[in-house]
Design a binder for this molecule. Structure first.
Ligand code: AMP
Ligand code: ZN
Length: 124
C-alpha cells in the first residue's frame, strides 16, 4: 500500500459501520475494504463496497488510490455472484458511484453500489 490511510471520521456513518458501532449485514471484509447490504435496497441484490479509509468521495481520488480502487473493482465480480447476481451476459449488475450533491451522493464516504438480481427492480 502506497498511500497513508486518512483518519476515520467519528461523525461518518460508514466509518461507524466499519468499526461495528452501527450494525450492518456484512458481505465482505479485509484489511482495507468492507462491503455490506444497503439498508434501503433498489434491487434484489444491493450492497455497498467501501474502503475502510475515510475517503469522502470519488472527487478525492488520485493516483495514490489507484491500487486500492483496482483491488476493490477486482472484488466486484466475485462478490456480485456470491450475493445472487445472475451471470453475465443475461444477468449482470449495475456498479454506481454517486459523487457530490449534483451526483446524488448522500453519504460522504466513498462507496460503490452493486445492484443486480432478477428484474423488476424497485428503482434503476
Ligand atoms: P448515496 O446516495 O450514493 O450516498 O447512497 C447512500 C446509500 O447508503 C443509500 O443507498 C442508503 O440506503 C445507504 N445507507 C445509509 N445508511 C445505511 C446503513 N446504516 N446501512 C446500510 N446502508 C445504508
Ligand atoms: Zn467514513
Amino acid at each position: 500500500m502506497s498511500a497513508p490511510i486518512p483518519a476515520h471520521d467519528p461523525n461518518c456513518i460508514f466509518c461507524k459501520i466499519i468499526a461495528k458501532q452501527i450494525p450492518s449485514r456484512i458481505v465482505y471484509e479485509d484489511e482495507e475494504v468492507f462491503a455490506f447490504h444497503d439498508i434501503n435496497p433498489w434491487a434484489p441484490v444491493h450492497f455497498l463496497l467501501i474502503p475502510k479509509a475515510h475517503i469522502p468521495s470519488m472527487a478525492q481520488v488520485g493516483p495514490e488510490q489507484a491500487g486500492l480502487l483496482g483491488r476493490m473493482m477486482a472484488l466486484v465480480p466475485k462478490l456480485a455472484l456470491e450475493q445472487g447476481c445472475n451471470p453475465y451476459p443475461d444477468g449482470g449488475y449495475r456498479l454506481v458511484t454517486n459523487t457530490g450533491r449534483e451526483g446524488g451522493q448522500e453519504v460522504q464516504h466513498l462507496h460503490f453500489h452493486v445492484m443486480g438480481g432478477p428484474r423488476p427492480w424497485l428503482r434503476g
